[in-house]
Design a protein around this ligand. Structure first.
Ligand code: AHM
Ligand code: MG
Length: 338
């Protein structure tokens, strides 16, 4: 039998790659692993809503039933609070960043989307958690907004958890990408996908094609080319699931700008940057059409950006189309839209 390597063992082994590591980052990663096991359990119970009660109502025992995304947010915050290694968090569920009590001297901040793919939560389709870890740049004391508004290239670790037919956690600390599958019988994430690499030439495209008429002519041309070449088309509508498939099978995941949403839909800090870090570490690309996602200036916590990520052959082609005219490069040329 092959030796099982659990996530906790793997994190400790890898800590040795960093000569002056103190174990704080390892502790944080383990805490996120723990929170995601609990979230996975709650997500799996979601099908029992008729028995345990609908979110926003009271269950049979008179307890109020929380929405899953709110519960996931609180679980992550409380696991990070216990760790003592994180001085603050920012997440999709909170308007502003949240300093962590009694941890004001901790070195790290964490940003996350606790449960991404909200439209899929109630219909038993894959959803996910996304996280990004940064070293704080402010001095000791309460964390500051600037600790969170760092470029994606400054991430020290990032990852995602996909709650799918099985639960998987995939993460990077900038030395490759590794994936772990939750063995629920022993309650451990076990290394199942070592050193993940995205295929360099993908042949699947993933976009909400229902918005075709709202895309710029360049994006429409790209979609037309994909259809002409009879590429495969897949779109779950949960970014984590679509990116996870792209990472394993190759292809391109896109959420471009439209006239009504000139910055696209997806959030730079806790959706795009962490997944872009993983994609690049796996040998892929992540772009807003003209710039590397990881180098976009962050000015707001909930900033959005158009995104194209995955196999280099397809991301390069989108960039080529969008950059044909220099003025076309910005915001996917929304001004040229009908
Ligand atoms: P959410 O944060 O409200 O869940 O929205 C993000 C999700 C992504 O997971 C997914 O890629 C996208 O929204 C799908 O949007 P659309 O339904 O417009 O295709
Ligand atoms: Mg989201």
């Amino acid at each position: 039998m092959n030796k099982l390597i659990t996530l906790d063992e793997f994190i400790l082994q890898r800590q040795k790659d960093f000569p002056f590591a103190t174990g704080e980052l390892s502790g944080l990663l383990r805490d996120i692993g723990l929170a995601s096991k609990i979230i996975s359990r709650e997500v799996n119970k979601a099908g029992l809503v008729n028995i345990i009660g609908q979110a926003g109502t009271e269950n049979a025992s008179g307890e109020s039933v929380q929405k899953l995304d709110v519960m996931a947010d609180q679980l992550l915050i409380s696991c990070l609070q216990n760790s003592g290694e994180c001085c603050g968090i920012a997440s999709e569920e909170n308007d502003t960043y949240v300093p962590i009590k009694n941890s004001s001297n901790a070195k790290y901040v964490v940003m996350f989307d606790p449960l991404d793919g909200s439209s899929n939560i109630d219909v038993n389709v894959s959803i996910g958690t996304i996280f990004a870890i940064y070293r704080r740049i402010s001095d000791d004391g309460d964390c500051q907004l600037n600790d969170f508004l760092q470029d994606g290239v400054e991430q020290v670790a990032a990852g995602y958890v996909v709650y799918g037919s099985s639960t998987m956690l995939v993460y990077t600390t900038g030395k490759g990408v590794n994936g772990f599958t939750l063995d629920s019988s022993i309650g451990e994430f076990c290394l199942s996908h070592a050193n993940m690499k995205v295929p360099q030439n993908g042949n699947i495209y993933s976009i909400n094609q229902g918005h075709y008429n709202k895309f710029s002519p360049e994006i429409q041309q790209f979609v037309d080319e994909c259809m002409d070449k009879q590429l495969g088309f897949r779109y779950v509508g949960s970014m984590v699931a679509d990116v996870h498939r792209t990472l394993i099978k190759g292809g391109v995941f896109m959420y471009p700008a439209t006239k009504s949403s000139p910055d696209g839909k997806l959030r730079l800090l806790y959706e795009c940057n962490p997944l872009a870090f993983i994609m690049e570490q796996a040998g892929g690309k992540a772009s807003n059409g003209s710039h590397r996602i990881l180098e976009i200036d962050a000015t707001r916590l909930h900033q959005r950006t158009p995104i194209f990520m995955g196999s280099p052959n397809l991301v390069n082609r989108v960039e080529e189309l969008l950059q044909k005219e220099p003025s076309n490069a910005d915001a996917n040329n929304v001004s040229a839209m009908a």
